[in-house]
Design a protein around this ligand. Structure first.
Ligand SMILES: [Fe+2]
Length: 169
């Protein structure tokens, strides 16, 4: 059991925390050399409530992400993004605060976006690759609920990227 804090989106209790830096995503950026200049800068923090171990069929996992504002060579801060290896298994996202985008891409590399703002709730279809982008000046804080056995494929995104990137205008 954990407590989900509606005042700031954080999870209290038995949540597993991790931090990603700009450098952790080095080769996901349009300009990796720009990432090298700020490699140690925190990019996003996650807190995950593992109701059951990762991969457990039928279990639901619950996580909070705090994606900081900023850019790398003009490209807005973003998460890595991934495909689910089981396309029948989607994911629910609830934005707590901040502004940004969910970026969705189908197998034909057609990209669409959903605008995120406070309490926007959206079901991400399991057939679509997805990442989030912070286009605002505040942290983009959101919760996700996903099937523990959805499977995550980050490698294809690292190799092929999304067909759209989002830059400061
Ligand atoms: Fe996902």
């Amino acid at each position: 059991m954990i407590r989900t804090d509606f005042s700031n989106g954080s999870l209290h209790g038995e949540a597993v925390r991790s931090v990603r830096t700009v450098g952790d995503l080095r080769d996901y950026w349009h300009n990796p050399l720009a990432a090298d200049l700020v490699a140690l800068q925190p990019l996003y923090e996650t807190e995950t409530y593992f109701s059951k171990p990762d991969g457990t069929e039928g279990a639901i996992l619950w996580g909070s992400t705090r994606l900081f504002p900023g850019d790398v060579g003009g490209e807005y801060f973003m998460t890595r993004g991934h495909w689910h290896t089981k396309p029948t298994h989607g994911e629910l996202i609830v934005c707590v605060s901040g502004t940004g985008l969910v970026v969705l891409m189908d197998e034909g590399r057609v990209t669409t976006t959903v605008e995120l703002g406070p309490w926007v709730t959206y079901h991400i279809d399991g057939t679509l690759a997805h990442r989030t982008v912070n286009t605002g000046s505040e942290p983009l804080i959101f919760w996700c609920a996903w099937a523990a056995d959805c499977g995550h494929n980050y490698e294809n995104i690292l190799r092929e990227g999304f067909s759209r990137r989002f830059f400061v205008e």
